[in-house]
Design a protein around this ligand. Structure first.
Ligand SMILES: [Zn+2]
Ligand SMILES: [Zn+2]
Length: 183
């Protein structure tokens, strides 16, 4: 769904949208596990930069809520994640800040995004907010034992033989060589 400043005149646009799985692509290891709900509003914001220089910004405020499936960072098992992210974002027309060149980005400006000529794609904003809601490191449980680096077995489910004495195959070959040299 595209939003342009013209859509927001004279009234703001109220958002109450359900996205089915597949409507938004997140990341290879993040899947939507059911419909997600986006509520809020989009307003037009006039930014006065000079007597005849008005920039049409879009302010997007609201909330995205839904169920997601992530992968455990250690064993790659699926994990449920409930996203409930509130946002208040400002989007400027792309290119409007280009003439200012390399500016230092202050804390306040981190919430500034840009929309291109066709308008702001709501799905892009939703994707970003969902990704922001994710934990830094997703684990199926705090003490997840992960996958065996040797045989790939899930150590939460099976105790493979190599878990007792981890052995590097190159080191093993050297040991065999040393052994045969002695004989
Ligand atoms: Zn795990
Ligand atoms: Zn193993």
């Amino acid at each position: 769904m595209r939003i342009t400043p013209a859509d927001l005149i004279p009234d703001p646009l109220m958002l109450d949208i359900v996205f089915a799985p597949g409507a938004v692509h997140y990341a290879p290891d993040v899947q939507q596990a059911g419909p997600i709900h986006v509520t809020g509003s989009a307003d037009r914001l006039e930014e006065y930069r000079g007597p005849h220089d008005v920039v049409d910004d879009i302010r997007l405020r609201g909330r995205v809520e839904g169920e997601f499936e992530l992968l455990c960072a250690r064993c790659l098992d699926p994990i449920r994640h409930h996203a409930d992210q509130r946002f208040d974002l400002i989007f400027r027309p792309s290119g409007v800040d280009a003439e200012q060149g390399e500016r230092s980005i202050s804390e306040a400006e981190t919430e500034i995004g840009y929309y291109d000529e066709g308008g702001l794609l709501l799905e892009d904003a939703v994707r970003e907010q969902v990704l922001l809601s994710l934990p830094d490191r997703s684990l199926c449980r705090d003490d997840c034992k992960g996958l065996c680096p040797n045989c790939g077995a899930n150590r939460n489910e099976v105790a493979c033989n190599c878990s007792e004495k981890p052995m590097d195959s190159r080191w093993g070959a050297l040991q065999g060589f040393a052994g045969s040299a002695k004989n």
